[in-house]
Design a protein around this ligand. Structure first.
Ligand code: AN0
Ligand code: CP
Length: 317
């Protein structure tokens, strides 16, 4: 595998889950595969889970790991070509990226949507420059439009916890005080559409996502109706995508918060969230603490999804 940025890069999804469960059962089976290989993780944004789980996955494979927090101690990077660099940015990405590539074998990049320019975000301009100029296999650690390591971990988690062969999975928008990217919901939708699950998305009007991700999913504006009979409730906030509202917070309506009353509408559903989560905005304390909440095993599976991706990349070096 030379690139991991979308569900398409993982190939057969059933095979990927099978490989993930094998890795999980024996996570040190390939501890020689990464010997003398170096992973560089480049963060333009904060992280807890991605940083720790991806580093752990690399260590399980015997790799060395370097982490660069671009905003803490690195030179400020110019991303636009043709700019007269007389401002505060000391270095251009066009030099920085191949230099980074020269110190490693595989690169992971976290670069969120900036909400300044919709086309730049949705063209994945930062991530694509890494793919083009680093000379290394590149994987997304959440880019502007997708978070595939998260969605892969979510899929593994659903496969582990599902009781029905074809579960009903409901992704619900929930309120949050700040504008958050669409990467997690886009990506989750893209991965759920690659399964045969009954997949429903619910959100207030104005929060429609890009149809290239929602695809064949059923969209239901009535949250209570959407939650009826759900086996999994996947909560997430995102900022508006459509038109001039791109990147805006249109609502912080707490009637969309997932609480115990909402969960009663479901088929005793499991509660999921990618974390970090704001309690009593996205989800009530009692729901996230309930025995139906699987947010911790979901986060733990981030190590597994990362290890499958790194293993496949190492195998193709
Ligand atoms: C990010 C987001 O919503 O994309 C990261 C989630 C994994 N969340 C925040 O910035 C709070
Ligand atoms: N879920 C997730 O990607 O978390 P971090 O932002 O902490 O990495």
């Amino acid at each position: 595998m030379k690139k991991f940025t979308t569900v398409n890069d993982i190939g057969d999804i059933k095979g990927a889950v099978k490989e993930a469960l094998e890795v999980k059962a024996n996570r040190f089976a390939y501890s020689e595969l990464g010997r003398n290989r170096t992973l560089l993780m480049v963060f333009f944004n904060s992280s807890l889970r991605t940083r720790l789980s991806t580093q752990k996955a690399a260590m399980n494979l015997g790799m060395n790991v370097i982490v660069l927090d671009v905003n803490q101690g690195a030179w400020k990077l110019e991303t636009e070509r043709g700019v007269i660099m007389d401002g505060d940015k000391a270095e251009h990405m066009l030099e920085a990226i191949p230099v980074m590539g020269s110190y490693c074998d595989i690169i992971g990049v976290r670069s969120f949507a900036r909400f300044e320019n919709k086309a730049a975000d949705y063209n994945e301009e930062i991530l694509n420059q890494f793919i083009k100029y680093s000379g290394r296999p590149v994987f997304s650690m959440e880019a502007a439009t997708r978070h595939p390591l998260q969605s892969f971990a979510d899929l593994i988690t659903i496969e582990e916890f599902k009781e029905a062969e074809r579960p009903k999975v409901v992704m619900t928008w929930a309120p949050h005080p700040k504008a958050l990217p669409q990467a997690v919901p886009n990506s989750f939708a893209e991965w759920m559409n690659a399964t045969d699950y009954d997949f429903v998305i619910t959100h207030p009007e104005g929060y429609e996502l890009d149809p290239q991700f929602t695809g064949k999913a059923r969209i239901e504006y009535d949250q209570a109706k959407a939650l009826e009979g759900a086996d999994f409730v996947y909560a997430k906030n995102w900022a508006a995508y459509t038109g001039d509202n791109y990147g805006k917070v249109l609502s912080t309506d707490r009637s969309w918060t997932v609480d115990a009353e909402k969960m009663k509408l479901t088929n005793n559903a499991r509660f999921m969230h990618c974390l970090p989560v704001r309690r009593n905005m996205i989800v009530s304390d009692d729901v996230i603490e309930s025995e139906r909440s699987i947010v911790i095993p979901e986060a733990a599976n981030r190590e597994i999804s990362a290890q499958v991706v790194l293993k496949r990349m190492l195998e193709s070096l």
